[in-house]
Design a protein around this ligand. Sequence first.
Ligand code: ZN
Length: 178
Amino acid sequence: MKLSRRSLIGLALAGSAATLTRPAFAALTESGVRRLAFHNLHTGESLVSTYWSGGRYVAEELHNIDRVLRDFRTGEMKPMDPRLMDLLHVLQKNLDTREPFQVISGYRSPGTNEMLRHASDGVAASSLHTVGQAIDIRVPGRGLSAVRRAAMALQQGGVGYYPKSDFVHVDTGRVRFW
Ligand SMILES: [Zn+2]
């Protein structure tokens, strides 16, 4: 399944009416701005992005986010799901932090995912990382279990807990926990 930026934004907007009725996402209003900060631990790159402003997603900012979340092994970048950014934005608010998300893994090309799948147990064949719908993160100053709890409370997608590797996986797929 290949999703273009246009179709991802379409999906995000189509889902927003239902999304907004959920208490966990009450923080998402049409007015105001939505801001995210990232620090990619593999590339050392940092980004602060106001990706929502004036009642809409800002395409150039989403593109900047795609770049910092690219497959660092191959340099490939793909459009990341804007709903994943909204999920992170609310997660950040609920954790009461403005620290940048530390990024362990964002977009993964199918080739990279296949390589990782053979190298470790925790990598799915049809990983949502390969369609821009998943990210592995840490939050400075917040315990991993607190991040996991806050992500699960959103009820907005998958949440995976990887204490040995010290990260939490969140995605915009079905609501499920592991
Ligand atoms: Zn992951």
